[in-house]
Design a protein around this ligand. Sequence first.
Ligand code: EPU
Length: 418
Amino acid sequence: MVRFFITGGNPLRGTVRASGSKNATLPILAACLLQGAPNVIQQVPALKDVTTMCDVLEYLGARVNREGDSIRVDATHIQSLEVGEDLMRRMRASNLVLGPLLGRFRRVRISHPGGCNIGSRPMNLHLKGLKALGARIEEKFGYITVEAGKLEGAEIHLDVPSVGATENIMMAAVLARGTTIIRNAAKEPEIVDLQNFLNRMGARIKGAGTDVIRIEGVKHLNSVEHAVIPDRIEAGTYLVAAAITGGDVTVTNVIPEHLEPVLAKLKEMGFLVETGDEHVRVAAQDRRPRAVDIKTLPHPGFPTDMQPQMMALACLAEGTSVITETVFENRFKHVSELRRMGADIKVEGQIAIIKGVERLTGAPVMATDLRAGAALVLAALAAENGTVVEGVEHIDRGYEKMEQKYTALGARIMRIST
Ligand code: EPU
């Protein structure tokens, strides 16, 4: 059991560097399975989810070596085409092996990922896309088996712009015969990074970042080196930390355009926002933040992965904020914990109505998932007296050295493992 003890009340000040993006790293590591030569991935964050993806690759037979923030993956010898229940339960994103293994070996079997703490998260769009490329799908005894004699390019329309489905289809289509077109594709920056990585390997993909992605199948891929993009959600979380504590924080190693939807809301709330080529600064002004309305949407809309953190901030705003979660059906688990800290929040279906209060007070709270955990830490940094946040294991999945980064900004936060 890992907990944070946090004594709130210090305005955070200073500069913090964002790490490489978790959600860009995971598909890029999986994409290394597409070919039998080593690749080197740089700026990889030291996170539990990254370790799990490395465990998946090693389980399948790849050689994985980590040195500092670089990971070398050599997938020349693959011994297994199956990911079992244990690895799938540890991390849903293990399902990202579907596309590359199908593309290279024409067969893959994974334990069904099932639902999780934030929603039911079906796999139908991943499977629909792979089927359109010519794969046969069997779902039996808790496993999904995907096989294909040959893969042929196809036109695929996604009902919703799923990030994971777009990534799996892109990876499978790279080695298919002919052209694949994905319509209503996800447009997240992590999709663009995957396209850049695959193209560097020799793939022919265009359009990532728009809602139509075109993949011309190729026969061979080469080994490459690639540095993943900075983590926009981690950066956004530290900027909200500046805002919620009444501080002044600059986050470096960011691509400011990736943070636009978050920065727009921080400005609307009355914070000073400054952007440079590779940094963003957020500073509190001498008044309480104003309430905002937020609706989560696929990129370039407001990211669901920043919703809990912005809710923590809205708890202390002047007036009533309305937050609508449209991406995941169960992403309000932080609400009951924020209430324990004195927040005034009412939930009706997918809508949370937050009446700002003047102060939050420390309480024992439980992180139920990664971003809920990040939100509780933010609330604790702003709260009067001490807070114990349990479930830090969830936070470790997606934030590199969180307590060290906060401490460097002047926070009082301690990790206790029992
Ligand atoms: N969906 C379907 N069918 C599918 C796939 C998705 O209905 O076949 C639905 C989902 O149920 C959900 C919506 O589509 O309601 C969006 O899900 P998406 O597939 O886009 O999400 P994901 O690929 O599973 C990634 C990130 C999440 C992030 C979402 C949305 C990774 C490894 N994970 O998940 O990150 O919230 O996109 O942006 O990239 C996090 O980092 O905390 C996190 C949860």
